[in-house]
Design a protein around this ligand. Structure first.
Ligand code: BTN
Length: 267
């Protein structure tokens, strides 16, 4: 079931109007974000998706390398041109919600979010989002560790759905669920504003209500993560008093207490 290649054929039956209706699939690329950037700048339509079985130069936030071994994960980039009603800073959160919900629905494991855009299972990272803006539009790249049996020792905080679920996942099914959920959230936010998105993120964010350390460029903050602004910024009550809004940074949860979830709720 998991071994099938991720091609356009695998996406047949996708119930979207736009997201993933035009797919470019590759056996190997440097980075799917770079491939999609070229297509975007040449006028590709919104919703165009690039997928690859393997990336040789996959990248994460803050210049990190994104480990992208062959045939095991989802290495994808989706082209968006959000209207003014959807601030681009909400797109990483939107994709994180879609991935977490897709994992819950397809795999039956409780995935949560870590602000701003990591997806966690049991406190370990299973997916990340990297959005890059340019003249051709917003390239929203996402990587999901689906069927890896192991990770290199330099990634001790990484996990895969397989390791958490105990059996392989059909990547095409998962990708369809993620794209369908992402499009629903996107159309709703474009038409009605961000309230629903912020509510969904608040319900899934395991960061909220916890003591965190936030790594900014040249500064480290500690405090209680207490909520989200309408543009997705994190509200932090600093240890020494005072509130800060965090718009970019790396968050670390300072306790090991992950939320419990029996998957029966409406997340
Ligand atoms: C992060 O958590 O730091 C973001 C990781 C994003 C990885 C994905 S994989 C597909 C796309 N292409 C890339 O080079 N990066 C993103």
């Amino acid at each position: 079931m998991s071994a099938g290649p991720l091609t356009q054929v695998a996406l047949q039956g996708l119930q979207t109007r736009c997201f993933g209706q035009r797919v470019f699939s590759f056996a190997e690329v440097g980075s799917t974000n770079d491939e999609l950037r070229r297509l975007a700048d040449a006028g590709a339509e919104e919703g165009t998706l690039v997928i690859a079985e393997r990336q040789t130069a996959g990248r994460g936030r803050r210049g990190r390398v994104w480990h992208s071994p062959p045939d095991t994960g989802l290495w994808c980039s989706l082209l968006l041109r959000p209207p003014a009603s959807l601030v681009p800073s909400l797109v990483p959160l939107l994709l994180g919600i879609a991935i977490a919900r897709g994992i819950r629905a397809c795999c039956g494991v409780p995935a949560f979010l870590k602000w701003p855009n990591d997806v966690l299972i049991a406190g370990l990272k299973v997916a990340g989002v990297l959005c890059e803006a340019g003249p051709g539009g917003l390239v929203a790249g996402f990587g999901v560790d689906v069927n890896q049996e192991e990770f290199p020792p330099e990634l001790p905080a990484a996990t895969s759905i397989l390791l958490q679920r105990g059996r392989p996942t059909d990547r095409a099914l998962l990708l369809r669920a993620v794209l369908e959920e992402a499009e629903r959230l996107y159309l709703d936010a474009c038409a009605r504003g961000p309230a629903q998105l912020i509510a969904a993120a608040t319900a899934l964010l395991s960061t909220l209500g916890r003591q965190v350390e936030v790594q900014l460029e040249g500064e480290t903050l500690r405090g209680l993560a207490c909520g989200l602004e309408a543009d997705g910024a994190l509200q932090l009550e600093e240890e020494g008093g005072g509130q800060r809004l965090i718009r970019a940074g790396d968050v670390q949860h300072l306790d090991q207490v992950e939320p419990l979830d029996d998957l029966t709720g409406p997340l």
